[in-house]
Design a protein around this ligand. Structure first.
Ligand code: PRT
Ligand code: MG
Length: 210
C-alpha cells in the first residue's frame, strides 16, 4: 500500500502542527524549518510531507497528490470543500474572519462599499446575505493597508490579537466566522487507504483530547 502523504503550509500552521505530529510518531527526515526541499521524507504513520502554499493545500489533496492535508477553515471555505472530507478540527491556528474598518468609520450611504480582501467568496456571501451592495477588491495580502490609502472603505481579513488592525488605525466591526485548522482527506483515499487513514485520524484525535 502507498504510504500516506500529508500536505501543509509553512508558517503558523506548521508551527502548531509539528509538535502534534511528533507526538503521534511522525518523524520528518529533515529539519522542516531549515530545508529548502518541498517534499520531505518521514518515518512513522506518514511517508512524506509536502510543503505548499496554505491556499494550495486543498488542491493537492483534492487531486490526490497528497491523501491528507492540514488547512485553515478560511482556506477551505474559500476553496469550496465539498470535494474533500474534513474529519477533524485540530483547534490550532485559531482566529476570526472579520470585517474591519477605520476607527470611527461612517459607512457611505449613496454608493457601494468597497471591500478589500483575499477572501472574495466569503466576503461576497456575507454581504449578499445582508443585502449590502459591495464592490470587492481582490488582494493577496496586506489588506490592512487598503483603507489607509483610499483603495477600499473596509476589509475582510483574519484577526487574532487585533494588533495588526490597531497598528493600521482599523477595528473589527463584524465577525463573519471563527476559524481553526482542519485535517482534510482525499475522497478516493478515504476508501482505498481506509485503515491507515482512520488510524492516523484516531491518533491525532487522541492527542487533541489529552
Ligand atoms: O502564504 P499565504 O498567503 O497563503 O498564507 P499566510 O502567509 O498569510 O499565512 P500562514 O501560512 O502563516 O498561515 C495561514 C493560516 O493560519 C490561515 O489560513 C489561518 O487559517 C491561520 N491563521 C490564524 C492566521 C492567523 N491566525 C492570522 N492572524 N493567518 C493569518 N493571520 C494574519 C492576518 O491575516 C493578519 O494580517 O495575521 C494578521 C493579524 O494578526 P493579529 O494577531 O495582529 O490580529
Ligand atoms: Mg505565507
Amino acid at each position: 500500500m502507498k504510504p500516506l502523504t500529508l500536505a501543509l503550509a509553512k508558517g503558523r500552521i506548521l508551527e502548531d502542527t509539528l509538535p502534534l505530529l511528533e507526538r503521534i510518531g511522525v518523524r520528518p527526515q529533515q529539519d522542516l524549518t531549515r530545508t529548502r526541499e518541498l517534499r520531505i521524507a518521514a518515518e512513522g504513520p506518514v511517508g512524506a510531507l509536502l510543503i505548499v502554499r496554505s491556499s494550495d493545500v486543498p488542491t493537492y489533496v483534492e487531486h490526490g497528490a497528497a491523501q491528507l492535508g492540514i488547512a485553515g477553515k478560511d482556506v477551505l471555505r474559500e476553496h469550496g470543500s465539498g470535494t474533500l472530507y474534513e474529519p477533524l478540527d485540530l483547534n490550532i491556528a485559531r482566529c476570526r474572519l472579520c470585517v474591519a474598518a477605520p476607527v470611527g468609520w461612517q459607512p457611505p450611504q449613496r454608493r457601494r462599499w468597497r471591500i478589500a480582501t483575499k477572501y472574495v467568496q466569503q466576503a461576497r456571501d456575507y454581504f449578499a446575505e445582508r443585502g449590502q451592495q459591495v464592490e470587492i477588491i481582490k488582494l493577496y495580502g496586506s489588506m490592512e493597508l487598503a483603507p489607509l490609502v483610499g483603495l477600499a472603505d473596509a476589509i475582510v481579513d483574519l484577526v487574532d490579537t487585533g494588533n495588526t488592525l490597531k497598528a493600521n488605525g482599523l477595528e473589527p466591526i463584524a465577525e463573519i466566522n471563527s476559524i481553526s485548522s482542519r485535517l482534510i482527506v482525499n475522497k478516493a483515499a478515504m476508501k482505498l487507504q481506509a485503515v491507515a487513514i482512520r488510524e492516523f485520524t484516531a491518533a491525532l484525535e487522541a492527542q487533541l483530547a489529552r
